[in-house]
Design a binder for this molecule. Structure first.
Ligand code: HEM
Ligand SMILES: [Cu+2]
Length: 657
């Protein structure tokens, strides 16, 4: 009846695991109690959970990302605490538990923090920047969100019922195979990634179609903002890369459940099939995450330097070049696994080539800032911090791209330092810059600058303290994923690294403080114009927060910085001669329902509760059939209502008609 699920699945074997479970369950209960106390359930359900509005979906993605950032960071700080004190002793974490933590940290940060953050930012801003009313497939967009949430939910549930994978975020066989890893942890990992990955593929399709088909009149490709360009390239990568990991996870699941042998040495399988599939997704994934962050930097640097972006066209070509090249280098992730020297050399050189378009971009940003009137808004600080730090990380990457050097360093903390050095400034700083830049657009009031700047300084100082020692440790030969060690000369570095993580924790604290202070003082920082930063692109032409339909009349575009041009001509808030009826998608419970069923399906397969798996799969199928045979999924917002909403906005701005 319950498959492999018994009371033994509860985390009573260790106080720390039980504590983690208690925090998870307690946190969920606390949220539920607060929502009940605020009587917010109905509002949450009708306005948010069932919404198909791209802005709300984007905000929900970002909320998911921020929650998972906290979870992933708790994992990080637990690892840093373990390694700081585990000299010649077991430390405070049992080995099995430490392995779960590095696996969940990597998995969460990549799949459930960075991916939702990126998808959320694109969702909120891209349709506004191209001047459209919604993404091409609003319902599909909601399904993607809820599939991501289902995956994240599976990772969180593994804290309470059963265990998480101990096979690292890459899940390499044979260790992730059933023979060496018979527990449910790897299955949680597989189904979390498989389910959320399907959502990511669909998001990619949705964004590409939206950008290609739904631009405002006159918005040619070369008038699109850099952020939209990077979103387009990242989405193309998502469409081609994510099926590879979905297939890899699917085959690994078959190996485990159906005794197949895709990735085993026995019966004709080969682990390298997995390594290739995984990294054919994994390397482009880095650029899926980083390109939109580059897009954010381009927007932020232009706005806060008060200058047109330097070298727009070269930036676009560099983005496209990076996207193409990112598919040609995956083999550098297994230089040491027995390819010939020539193969390694080709992939090493291909890897180094990516540094060229990336360098082009850095110079574009620097030259945009050159002689600009720079405003040190927190978003600008994140951008400058990124440029300095990222260049260092890039150089260590070129080092690792030399196969003989990689033989020495690949499984050491040098590598850990390198990829955090790319992904924290290059991805997370970019998203945080975007979060602070566009927050007033999404919510109608600005984030506090002071706490933003404080958060930035803690993050960047903490980053250097936490990761520079790892480069040195790597050169001294410390392998990654070490639970204990007996070389006393490592310990001082690990203490500094742990202290760095504490400073990053203060940065996260400042971000929470910033949100709290900003919400408290929101009456003072209201953004009535919709244009708090003196912006240049279309998203600033509409109200903050934008109405459901974004633009009462789709704005004609004749320039790369259309809103700046309107302001220069003195017509930024020109009202249409007459308003029209607008068709909008209606809310639906089907998408969130599908997410819930996908969660149940994943959980059922993890625990081999086959009747439940079949039942939830059938229910999903039925829900999809019901949805696609429903012709009544849109409603008309009458012109009079549009006019009323617009009138109200102009009155608030002090510009009654
Ligand atoms: C915020 C501060 C962060 C700290 C202090 C931190 C710390 C760590 C530590 C201690 C490890 C284990 C290293 C080892 O086993 O030797 C690790 C691994 C990892 N981290 Fe982070 N991390 C942070 C942020 C991030 C972010 C933002 C990402 C991605 C977006 C990320 C992705 C990863 C990945 C993929 C691994 C490899 C996990 C594995 O070995 O399977 N980390 N991190
Ligand atoms: Cu790579």
């Amino acid at each position: 009846m319950f498959g492999k699920l018994t009371l033994d699945a509860l985390p009573l074997y260790s106080a720390i695991a039980a504590g983690g479970a208690a925090v998870t369950v307690g946190g969920a209960l606390l949220v539920a109690v607060v929502l009940t106390w605020l009587k917010a359930w109905k509002y949450l359900w009708t306005e948010w959970l069932t919404s198909v509005d791209h802005k709300r979906i984007g905000v929900m993605y970002i909320v998911l990302a921020l929650i998972m950032l906290l979870r992933g960071f708790v994992d990080a700080i637990m690892m840093r605490a373990q390694q700081a004190f585990a000299l010649d002793s077991g430390g405070y974490l049992p080995p099995e538990h430490f392995d779960q933590i590095f696996s969940s940290h990597g998995t969460i940060m990549i799949f459930f923090m960075a991916m939702p953050f990126m998808t959320g930012l694109i969702n909120v801003i891209m349709p506004l920047q191209i001047g459209t009313r919604d993404v091409a497939f609003p319902f599909l967009n909601a399904v993607s969100l809820w599939l991501s949430a289902a995956g994240a939910g599976l990772v969180m549930v593994s804290l309470v019922i059963g265990k998480f994978s101990t096979a690292g975020w890459t899940g390499y066989p044979p260790y992730s195979g059933i023979e060496h890893n018979p527990g449910v942890g790897v299955d949680y990992w597989i189904w979390a990634i498989l389910i959320s990955g399907v959502g990511s593929t669909m998001s990619g399709i949705n964004f590409v179609v939206t950008i290609l088909k739904r631009r405002a009149p006159g918005m040619t490709l070369m008038r699109m903002t850099p952020f939209v360009w990077t979103a387009l390239c990242a989405s193309v990568l998502m469409i081609f890369a994510f099926p590879a990991i979905t297939v890899a996870c699917g085959l690994l699941a078959l190996d485990r459940v159906a005794d197949m042998h895709f990735f085993t040495n026995a019966h004709g399988g080969n682990m390298m099939n997995y390594a290739n599939l995984f990294w054919i997704w994994g390397h482009p994934e880095v650029y899926i995450l980083i390109l939109p962050a580059f897009g954010v930097f381009s927007e932020v640097v232009a706005t806060f330097s008060r200058k047109r972006l330097f070298g727009y066209a070269s930036l676009v070509y560099a983005t496209a070049a990076i996207a193409v090249l990112s598919f040609t280098v995956w083999l550098h992730h297994f230089f040491t696994m027995g390819s010939s020297a020539n193969v390694n050399a080709v992939f090493g050189v291909a890897t180094m080539v990516i540094a060229v378009p990336t360098g082009v971009k850095v110079f574009n940003w620097l030259l945009t800032m050159y002689r600009g009137r720079i405003d040190f808004h927190p978003s600008m600080m994140w951008s400058i911090g990124f440029m300095v730090t990222f260049v260092i990380g890039g150089m260590t990457g070129v080092l690792l791209a030399i196969p003989p050097a990689d033989y020495l360093m690949h499984n050491t903390t040098f590598l850990v330092a390198h990829f955090h050095n790319m992904i924290i400034p290059g991805v997370l700083f970019g998203y945080l810059a975007g979060y602070m830049y566009w927050f007033p657009k999404a919510f109608g009031f600005a984030l506090d600058r002071k706490w933003g700047v404080r958060s930035f300084w803690c993050w960047i100082v903490g980053f250097y303290l936490a990761f520079m020692p790892l480069y040195l440790l790597g050169l001294k030969g410390m392998p990654r994923r070490m639970e204990t060690y007996n070389d006393p000369s490592w310990q001082p570095y690990l203490m500094v690294a742990a202290f760095g993580a504490v400073v990053v924790a203060m940065g996260i604290g400042c971000m929470m403080m910033q949100l709290f202070v900003s919400i408290r003082d929101r009456a003072l920082t209201r953004d009535l114009t919709g244009d708090p930063h003196d912006g240049r692109t279309l998203e600033w032409a509409t109200a903050s927060p934008p109405p459901a339909y974004n633009f009462a009349a789709l704005p004609p575009v004749t320039d790369r910085e259309p809103f700046l041009l309107m302001k220069e001509r003195g017509v930024p808030y020109k009202r249409p001669a007459a308003y029209e009826d607008i068709r909008l998608p209606t809310n639906t419970a089907v998408a969130v329902g599908l997410g819930g069923l996908a969660f149940v399906l994943g959980f059922a397969i993890v625990w081999h509760i086959w009747w439940l798996a079949v039942a939830s799969a059938l229910a999903m199928f039925a829900a999809v059939v019901l949805r696609v045979s429903d012709d009544d999924t849109e409603f008309t917002l009458p012109a009079a209502e549009v006019e009323r909403i617009e009138d109200e906005r102009f009155r608030a701005m002090g510009r009654p008609s």
